[in-house]
Design a protein around this ligand. Structure first.
Ligand SMILES: NC(=O)c1ccc[n+]([C@@H]2O[C@H](COP(=O)([O-])OP(=O)(O)OC[C@H]3O[C@@H](n4cnc5c(N)ncnc54)[C@H](O)[C@@H]3O)[C@@H](O)[C@H]2O)c1
Length: 332
């Protein structure tokens, strides 16, 4: 039985806390949020206690696992604190706001000898996992072109409007498109270089649209688009063209996605996509906890989170400079 504390009672803190509350091998001990009322509402709904300061959970000796569901720019500070307290850690994606912060996180968990899982939940969406399986089976032959699209139903509402603060969130490419960058790398291998354009700074940032062209080491090209504002609501799609066949998926055509709002009453938040069947967020949390329980490597570890962060930050650099950006080689 692992004792867990969740830091952040917003959209993702709520999704994670409800997932922990359903697992048989976990005891959800507490929720920390600087907005104590919000923490209390979530704690009441999930049967644990609420505290206002993350430190009060992180330094509790009876807690084994700390789950960080804070705005992106705060990940490094609290992951470092949790690592210093020798906790096992789950951190929402993106791993960090900058590469230096990402590197510091990897160093902190390595030094502490603790495990770190990163919330790249798209790996737990059945359509995306199945597509990877098909690609890797060789059924489609040599992959030439990949297209992905991910669109939000509207600009996310959150604590201090932090998604609209580029220095905190990194905007659309770092926050939303990183889901597809992670899936791309996981499915098709390392990325060599990127070239991207965004409407950000030409238009109001809440309606940001990004198009990224990504060249993989394999030679394949990916055309990846993201938007905060998809007509008709949240939707994702992909198309994979190989020498032996083609595979495509469109959430609008195949099966409707169910969008959920945070289960904590009275809490503003970003709607998170769901997939028919068991929640991918529950699957993700269960896979992390079961790996800890069995003493196995966790499914999406800090290094994987770091590699996906590198791609997203290269996209931001390309948007800033108007130039193609090379993604440095992967960590050994
Ligand atoms: N995996 C996904 O599908 C997905 C979806 C949405 C968000 N995210 C990621 O999850 C993370 C959190 O996003 P969110 O939408 O839940 O944000 P949110 O704004 O809904 O929640 C953040 C919470 O943190 C609290 N907080 C702020 N500073 C704090 C501090 N110092 N100590 C304690 N509490 C503090 C706020 O009061 C707020 O309740 C981000 O990194 C985001 O990118 C992932």
């Amino acid at each position: 039985m692992l004792n867990v504390g969740v830091v952040g009672a917003g959209t993702m803190g709520s999704a994670h806390a409800h997932a922990y509350a359903r697992l048989p091998n976990v005891r959800l001990v507490g929720i920390a949020d600087i907005d104590l009322e919000k923490a209390k509402r979530l704690a009441d709904a999930t049967g644990c206690t609420a505290v206002p300061r993350a430190e009060d959970l992180i330094n509790r000796p009876d807690i084994d696992v700390i789950d960080i569901c804070l705005p992106t720019h705060l990940h490094r500070y609290y992951v470092e604190m949790a690592a210093a307290a020798k906790k096992q850690i789950f951190c929402e994606k993106p791993l960090a706001r900058t590469l230096a912060d990402g590197r510091a996180i990897l160093d902190a968990v390595e030094k502490a000898g603790v495990k770190l899982g990163v919330g790249h939940v798209v790996r737990f969406f059945p359509e995306y996992a199945k597509a990877r399986e098909i690609v890797r089976s060789g059924q489609l032959g040599e992959i030439g072109v990949i297209r992905t699209s991910r669109g939000g139903g509207g600009f996310p509402t959150a604590w201090q409007d932090w998604y609209a603060n580029y220095a905190w969130s990194g905007g659309l490419a770092l926050d939303l498109m990183i889901h597809d960058f992670d899936w791309l790398r996981w499915t098709f291998g390392p990325v060599e270089r990127v070239f991207a354009k965004s409407t950000f700074r030409r238009d109001f940032n809440r309606e940001e649209y990004v198009l990224a062209t990504v060249r993989l080491k394999s030679g394949a090209i990916a055309h990846m688009e993201g938007t905060w504002l998809q007509a008709g609501g949240f939707a994702t799609s992909f198309e994979i063209a190989g020498s032996q066949g083609m595979l495509s998926y469109d959430s609008r055509k195949v099966q409707p996605l169910v969008t959920i709002t945070p289960p904590t009453p009275g809490t503003a938040g970003v709607a998170v996509p769901e997939s028919p069947g068991e929640s991918p967020y529950l699957k993700e949390i269960r896979a992390f906890i079961d790996a800890l329980d069995r003493g196995e490597p966790v499914p999406v570890d800090g290094k994987e989170g770091y590699e996906s962060l590198k791609i997203a930050l290269a996209v931001l650099e390309s948007i800033e400079t108007g130039r193609p950006v090379r993604v440095e080689g992967e960590l050994g």
